[in-house]
Design a protein around this ligand. Structure first.
Ligand code: 6PG
Length: 237
């Protein structure tokens, strides 16, 4: 199914609309099923979204939060996605630290991913081999069309069964822990947030060229995938 695309005048409007939509979905799912699961991305773009979410009078009880990916650095490192999420959302909302299931990226990468998979299995009460079905996954996109920490050419993009893995990102000389394709594809709702001129070229290739996720990982999608973008990112569509 083709994704929906929503275009906003400014990065702030795109981020705020994405955040508000996520809260609406989480609220509805919680009403229907008593709780909801939500995986968030890192990088810099979601910061505005988290700040917009933190300003809303939303009660977070019953929502379990996870990370789409994490850089293998300690949680107080400037590169840490958790650090950004904590500063922009966790510190300014009613989310209890027990509700946020972070990647313990200060551990050895293999250990960090093992613990993260165990945590996901525990919270989702999974049978050993089944990947989790998240209610909401929020994703970003890099200028090279990567999403989560699945970069173009990464062999793990062909893995359609695993939950999470360690990747080594050559261009940043960094290990990362990332959710895998099966999890991204099974999400009930995917909201992709991408803003700025430097994303325009990649976005046009992702949305307008044939499906080839090994080359364009951001083409990975699930049911109900919606792109929240600003005019600058939309400029080559
Ligand atoms: C990360 C991510 C990553 C991100 C894109 C976009 O750790 O970097 O979670 O997948 O979504 O790289 O990053 P920006 O928002 O910084 O452009």
């Amino acid at each position: 199914m083709d994704p929906s695309i929503l275009i906003f005048d400014t990065p702030w409007e795109a981020a705020a609309a994405c955040g508000v939509r996520i809260l609406e979905i989480l609220n509805q799912v919680r009403k229907d099923r008593g709780g909801a699961t939500f995986a968030v991305s890192g990088g810099s773009t979601p910061k505005l979204m988290f700040e917009a979410m933190a300003k809303r009078p939303f009660q977070w009880q019953g929502i379990e939060l996870f990370q789409v990916d994490e850089r293998c650095v300690p949680p107080d490192n400037i590169e840490s996605n958790f650090r950004m999420i904590r500063q922009s959302l966790l510190n300014n909302s009613s989310i209890d630290e027990k509700q946020f299931h972070r990647v313990k990226a200060e551990l050895e990468p293999a250990e960090a991913v093992r613990e993260y998979i165990d945590e996901i299995r525990k919270v989702f009460q999974l049978n050993r081999d089944a990947p989790p079905v998240f209610d909401v996954i929020q994703r970003g996109m890099g200028p090279d069309a990567h999403t989560a920490s699945l970069f173009p050419g990464e062999p793990l993009i062909e893995n359609r069964t695993g939950i999470a893995a360690v990747v080594y990102v050559e261009k940043f000389k960094q290990h990362r822990v990332t959710l895998l394709r099966a999890v991204l594809e099974q999400a009930r709702h995917t909201l992709c947030l991408a803003t700025g001129e430097e994303k325009a070229e990649a976005l046009s290739r992702v949305l307008n060229t044939p499906f080839n996720p090994l080359r364009l990982p951001s083409q990975i999608s699930s049911a109900n995938t919606v792109w929240f973008i600003d005019k600058a990112a939309a400029s080559r569509l």
